[in-house]
Design a protein around this ligand. Structure first.
Ligand SMILES: [Zn+2]
Length: 80
């Protein structure tokens, strides 16, 4: 029987099942971690954009410089 016997084959199948199950558990854990971290990242990004005061810059018609709306162009009015 080339050294094979039913107990050895059963043991081999048992070991394969343990390795396969362990791999499955590890894969599940990593996928859970990934989904959790992605959820945290998306939450952080949304809250970050809510908290920040984001303003669109206005383009100066004279010098094409971009400046904060409400104030004057920093290139045309460097002293202000
Ligand atoms: Zn300007």
């Amino acid at each position: 029987m080339l050294g094979f016997s039913i107990p050895k084959i059963l043991l081999l199948i048992f070991i394969i099942l343990i390795v396969w199950y362990g791999f499955k558990v590890i894969e599940k854990r990593t996928s859970m971690k990934k989904s959790r971290s992605s959820d945290v990242n998306s939450a952080n990004e949304s809250s970050k954009f809510k908290d920040d005061d984001i303003q669109d810059l206005e383009k100066c018609p004279k010098c094409n410089n971009y400046f904060i709306p409400g104030s004057e162009c920093t290139e045309c009015n460097p002293n202000k």
